[in-house]
Write a protein that binds this ligand. Structure first.
Ligand SMILES: [Fe+2]
Length: 280
């Protein structure tokens, strides 16, 4: 029976799966990024326009990952993955401070399902010389998808919003040690360096610390824990982006062996035939 994600049952599996966020450079060529963008427009089955102007595309993701399985399998353990979540997005906005965990309203999970790793593949950035940076934090929040919105302004998102961080539960470090939230001022130097203040108040990051600052480079593959808190900036040194696009996929595993792992090879042959020459 499918229901919302069972967080409490699988805490130990989250803790065991944590690892440092990584960026793998130049995994997809310019031509392959163009193919992925073409699939976004022609091959996905669902479109959604967000309130703030973001455009989301989803559906047929097993086909996408099957096409590039040979590349991704060397970067991430795909063997016991039972399901995928995610979307393409095109956005003109700096993303707030959040996790990519499934929404509480998503009723598509078995009891042993847990959200394992997320993959972010930047596909384009306009202007191309914009200086945009995804930022991962040292803290993981094992809860439904959440935006952290302490301070005077809020993120626009469909996720649950938390303003008083003393109410956060299931906050962990990479070693799986539970963190008692402590309020302390976020690093001014990093805040200013990334120009996060363009749209985020510094209070939003109060009590948290940065693990990695990546660059938004089309063709790279950024892998991070799905429960890991992260954000992005608009750009630094006035090199702000107007639009950017990425494919984001979250991988689901199951702790109770109640679902069969995805058979990537089978999907690859079946879907490739069904989708014809779409990516040719
Ligand atoms: Fe995210």
């Amino acid at each position: 029976m499918r229901d919302k994600l069972n967080i409490d049952l699988n805490i130990d599996h989250y803790l065991k799966s944590f690892s440092k966020s990584e960026c793998h450079k130049n995994i997809f060529s310019e031509e392959e990024c163009e193919k992925l963008i073409r699939f976004m427009f022609k091959g996905t089955s669902k479109r959604r326009l967000g309130k703030s102007g973001n455009i989301f595309f989803s559906g047929n993701f097993d086909f996408i990952i099957s096409i590039f399985y040979e590349k991704l399998k060397n970067l991430i353990d795909l063997d016991d993955v039972v399901a995928l979540r995610g979307n393409y997005f095109i956005t003109p906005h700096q993303y707030g401070f959040h996790s990519d965990m499934p929404e509480e309203e998503d009723l598509g999970f078995c009891s042993g399902d847990y959200a394992y790793k997320s993959i972010l593949i930047p596909l384009f950035l306009r202007p191309v010389d914009s200086d945009c940076h995804p930022v991962t934090f040292n803290e993981r929040l094992i809860d439904y998808g959440t935006t952290l919105d302490n301070g005077p302004s809020k993120s626009e998102s469909h996720y649950n919003s938390i303003e008083d961080y003393h109410h956060l539960k299931n906050l962990y470090d990479i070693m799986g040690k539970q963190i008692d939230y402590k309020e302390y001022r976020f690093d001014d130097e990093i805040f200013n360096q990334l120009d996060l203040g363009r749209t985020s108040p510094i209070e939003r990051f109060s009590g948290f610390s940065v693990e990695n600052i990546f660059s938004w480079c089309p063709g790279d593959v950024i892998v991070f824990d799905t429960a890991q808190l992260h954000c992005s900036n608009l750009g630094i040194n006035k090199k702000r982006f107007k639009n950017k696009c990425a494919l984001r996929i979250s991988l689901i595993k199951n702790s109770l062996n109640e679902r069969d792992p995805i058979d990537w090879e089978k999907i690859k042959s079946k879907k490739a035939t069904a989708m014809g020459g779409l990516l040719a």
